[in-house]
Ligand binder design. Sequence first.
Ligand code: GDP
Ligand code: MN
Length: 511
Amino acid sequence: MSPPQLESALQERFPGCMAGRTMYAVPFSMGPLGSPLARTGLQLTDSPYVVASMRIMTRVAPPRDLPDLATGDFVQCLHSVGRPLPLTGKPQPLVSHWPCDPARTLVAHEPDRRRIVSFGSGYGGNSLLGKKCFALRIASRLARDQGWLAEHMLILGVTDPAGTKRYVAAAFPSACGKTNLAMMTPALPGWRVQCVGDDIAWMKFDDEGRLRAINPESGFFGVAPGTSEKTNPMAMATIRANTIFTNVGQSSDGGVYWEGIDQSLPPGTTFTSWLGQPWTPGDPQPCAHPNSRFCAPARQCPIMDPDWEDPRGVPIDAIIFGGRRPHGVPLVYEAFDWRHGVFVGSAMRSEATAAAEHKGRRLMHDPFAMRPFFGYNAGHYLAHWLSLGYRRGLRLPRIFHVNWFLRDPSSGDFLWPGFGHNARVLAWICGRVAGEDSAVATPVGLVPREEALDLGGLPGVSYQKLFAISKSFWEQEVKELRSYYLENFGEDLPKDIMEELEALERRVKKM
Ligand code: GDP
Ligand code: MN
């Protein structure tokens, strides 16, 4: 909406909206205090739940420790649940004690004023304004203006059996495995993964031309259902204390409960659903909301990287893109060069899941996993990434694309065991970064030579199926991408991206 429209929308909503509630002022840093990569924010809110969550997800600090507050160099974050007290019953009675005003919810970003205004919602990224609103939408704009990158990426450190350590950053759309990969327990003996962040990376090239990354957050706001000792033991250890659970179920022993928690409970345990109703295993409705969350301090994760709060950031050697592609896209491939890598990021697509914001199993375009989070023109965003490839003196990370979600067309089963076994792919990526001659070119990109990817001890996993590249599939993909670019980017699509699409088309044609 136009700025005058926004101004009148705010005037309709904000005056008097906090009446009867306490207004909190929350000064915070995104990133380690004093880091040159960190940025300051100040959130006003009338929700104590938001205050408690912000104390976990961001570094809340007294104003004297945040010098940018005094100079005005901070992001203004204004939030109200939009339900003054006493409740009038209008606009509608509260559901499950959540004060909110869904019909009039407004979450607005004003990049020029470095301001975020959020009304009517008390949950997730709508209300914890340091996360998606600041660290991605506003920060991506600051980053473009100031020559850095604000990305929807996890950051992890991976150490090989000989002790060589590399850091990688990976962009996957929501619900495509960022938190799981960031806290992974490798299924390859001798390998080690350590976590720097599971959702957002702020990155800048340093004076030596190395890309350095910090995690601007200090907590995890993860999806609860499916989290168990088996799937993510590190997350389970992280959420044992000092954790805020939202919209999960409860067990009568005082514990939390969700689908897939996979815990044995004493006979006679009873459950209460996220809606506060009695619930029994086997009920048609889930006990926990499918998007229910845990909010826990990062320092409680047993495998936090020793340098996760290093104010200089950690050096990034590889950038990985990925998504849910049931067919056609190989397990892993490497981009030919930086420009091709930026194209690969712009061409990301993923099957939407229930936990993401779209219903059904449609393939959604999601360039750089940033579609919901671009803080400015997405064509200009691609141009910003491309421009790094033309800057001199940079040690550009290599760029890869992964797909853990290939399915057998006949059975529908996953072709790849995923989770800890994804370390096998990380191992190949580390080899490539080290200069190993372990790849073979396909029209799509560089894939591992058959003997270069460790598939030992994985009966039934077929290299041929994981790396099959079909001419008709990629012809269709090129067609789909072209119309997506034309419809969504139009004249703002950088010429380099169209040239990469045409180059892919030519390579596929020759197959
Ligand atoms: P995030 O939203 O990107 O952080 O994604 P999560 O790590 O929370 O994972 C989202 C969903 O993907 C969960 O249901 C996970 O169990 C599932 N998932 C994560 N990694 C893998 C994998 O390697 N293979 C498969 N099949 N599923 C995965
Ligand atoms: Mn996550």
